[in-house]
Structures are given as structure tokens and as C-alpha cells.
Design a protein around this ligand. Structure first.
Ligand code: PLP
Length: 324
């Protein structure tokens, strides 16, 4: 067995320097309406306003900017349900290297189009039949490409941690912090920043209710694998946590909670109507969990990581008008 090299907060600090001038320092927004609803003070870190529409640009750009000459020349390969694909394609273009992206057949059209628009070479696979990691590895071996997975990589984790670092630098320590959870790159990176900058903050990871492998893993102490869950939160349809993300989550996160698709839709509607923000379903996981927690947050200072805003506008309109 190879020993894992887990990233630390120092790596998040180094990542922040690498992405400076390339990634946006996204705004932290507040809402009087939600503060009154919960009797708490909420701070939304708006990664839906990040370049390419999600935090994933941070991790991808950090990882790709560490490539040596030969790696840059041959290029990068990745597999993703969408946002990581766009992040890798855009980062590769900015750094002047070729990118090949393995994407599921049912990825939102807007995400496939954006990936191609950034110059990415897209290879389609069947989400319910094929093994995307194997396809990615085969392409890497055959063409000498460097594989950058969407979450299970120290440089990706360190890059994702820069969003939480910016949040704490801007608003100071928090009592609670809600972060969406798929494979755990965002949550483990956020955990490194949280423990360094706001050590007493209660940190939660939030998953879709139908795909609570992370919750099962967190509570049982070993990585639990599940079938691809059916949920509108397509950014969190992962089947398991990573070898690198899991130990950090176990060590530094306080609990893993879930949210239902109906709760996510409710939050999409809130963001659109009250805050004028387009947030994709996965990006609503944090707020949905904070709302479910309700009274327990009274009087607290609460961070919510709004992870992304990439959703087909047609799909968005359909979702926010259901029973609306
Ligand atoms: C990828 C993604 C997540 C989950 O991130 P992980 O690092 O896989 O846990 C959450 N929200 C959005 C918008 C994403 O694109």
C-alpha cells in the first residue's frame, strides 16, 4: 500500500497564492430575510459567482499549475459530472495545455457545452453502466496524460480549501459552517481552513438524502460505496468519498447531514426570489441543512458555502415553478 500524503492548511495557503489573479475572490452576501427566519446571522460564500460558475476552478487551477513541462505538453485528462470538467478545461486553456474530459451521458447540456466551449475534448460514458475512473485511467496510460480526479487529490483539496479561507478572512470566526458534500474535496479543503482559522466552529458536510454514503462513512469509520443516487443535486451524485478526503473529514468535520430534493428546490426559489442569485441544486445543500436545523442556530454566526450556479435555465425554470 502506498502511503497517502494528506494536504494541510499550509497547502491551502500555497494554493491561494497560485490561484490569485486567476480565480475570483467571490463575494460574501447576507440576507435580512433569512436572518429573521432563523434568528441567526448567515454569511453566504457565493461560489456560484466563481469563474465557470463553481468553486471547482480553484482546485483544478491549483493542480494544473503544478504540472512540469512534459505534463503540460501532453495535457490533462479528467472525469466529471460537469463542474470539474469545465474547471479543468478552463484551467488548461489558461495554462496553454490540451484537456480531455470524460463526462456522463446525462450531464446537463449546459455543462457539456461549456466544457467544449473552453476547448475541452469531451468523451461521453454511460453513468449507470461504465466505470469512468477506468476510462480516465486508460486514456491517461495510452496518451501519457496526467489524470486529475474531481476530488481525491491533495492539490485539488488544497485549492478547494481557499474558498473557506477567504470566508473566514472576511467575516472572522463562525459558530457553524455548512458545506455541500459529494466526494469530499470541498469539505476536506474547507475543514483544513476551518480548523486553522476558526477552530471552534462546528463544521457540517451536507449530502443529498438519497445518496448518504458520506454520512454512513463518517459515522461507521470506513468508506461506504453506494450506487449512483438519483437526485437533482448532480454535483453530489458521487458513490463514495476519497482515500484522501475521508481521513480529513473524519478528523476535522463534526457531522454529515442530508437534504431532500424538495428542500433544495425550496432553497433555489429562496436564492432566486430574495437574493437574486441563480444557484444549482447542489449549491443549495448548505442552506437546506441550516434551515432544517432551525432553532438550534438561534443567535449564532453561520457560514453557508454556496458551491455553484450551473443549471440549465430551462431546468431551473421548471424546478422553481413546481408547486410554486
Ligand atoms: C463538485 C460539486 C460539489 C461537491 O464537491 P466535492 O468536492 O465532490 O465534495 C458541490 N457543489 C457543486 C456545485 C459541485 O460542482
Amino acid at each position: 500500500m502506498t502511503t497517502l500524503s494528506l494536504p494541510a492548511f499550509d497547502d491551502v495557503v500555497a494554493a491561494a497564492k497560485r490561484i490569485e489573479g486567476f480565480a475570483h475572490r467571490t463575494p460574501v452576501l447576507t440576507s435580512r430575510t433569512i436572518n429573521e427566519e432563523l434568528g441567526a446571522q448567515l454569511f453566504f460564500k457565493c461560489e456560484n459567482l466563481q469563474r465557470m460558475g463553481a468553486f471547482k476552478f480553484r482546485g483544478a487551477f491549483n493542480a494544473l499549475s503544478k504540472f512540469d513541462e512534459g505534463q503540460r505538453r501532453r495535457g490533462v485528462v479528467s472525469f466529471s459530472s460537469g463542474n470539474h470538467a469545465q474547471a479543468v478545461a478552463l484551467s488548461a486553456r489558461l495554462l496553454g495545455m490540451p484537456a480531455t474530459i470524460v463526462m456522463p451521458h446525462d450531464a446537463p447540456a449546459v455543462k457539456v457545452a461549456a466544457t467544449k466551449g473552453y476547448g475541452g475534448n469531451v468523451v461521453i460514458y454511460d453513468r449507470y453502466k461504465d466505470d469512468r475512473e477506468q476510462i480516465g485511467r486508460e486514456l491517461a496510460d495510452k496518451h501519457g496524460l496526467t489524470l486529475i480526479p474531481p476530488y481525491d487529490h491533495p492539490d485539488v483539496i488544497a485549492g478547494q480549501g481557499t474558498a473557506a479561507k477567504e470566508l473566514f478572512e472576511e467575516v472572522g470566526p463562525l459558530d457553524a459552517f455548512f458545506v455541500p458534500l459529494g466526494g469530499g474535496g470541498l469539505l476536506s479543503g474547507s475543514a483544513l481552513s476551518t480548523r486553522a482559522l476558526s477552530p471552534d466552529c462546528t463544521l457540517y458536510g451536507i449530502e443529498p438524502e438519497t445518496g448518504n454514503d458520506g454520512q454512513q462513512s463518517f459515522r461507521s469509520g470506513k468508506i461506504v460505496h453506494i450506487d449512483t443516487p438519483k437526485t437533482i443535486a448532480d454535483g453530489a451524485q458521487t458513490q463514495h468519498l476519497g482515500e484522501h478526503t475521508f481521513p480529513i473529514i473524519r478528523r476535522d468535520v463534526d457531522d454529515v447531514l442530508t437534504a431532500s430534493d424538495a428542500e433544495l428546490v425550496e432553497c433555489m426559489r429562496f436564492f432566486a426570489s430574495r437574493m437574486k442569485l441563480v444557484v444549482e441544486p447542489t449549491g443549495c445543500l448548505g442552506l437546506a441543512a441550516a434551515r432544517r436545523m432551525g432553532a438550534a442556530l438561534k443567535g449564532k454566526r453561520v457560514g453557508v458555502l454556496v458551491s455553484g450556479g450551473n443549471v440549465d435555465i430551462q431546468k431551473f425554470a421548471e424546478l422553481v415553478t413546481i408547486n410554486g
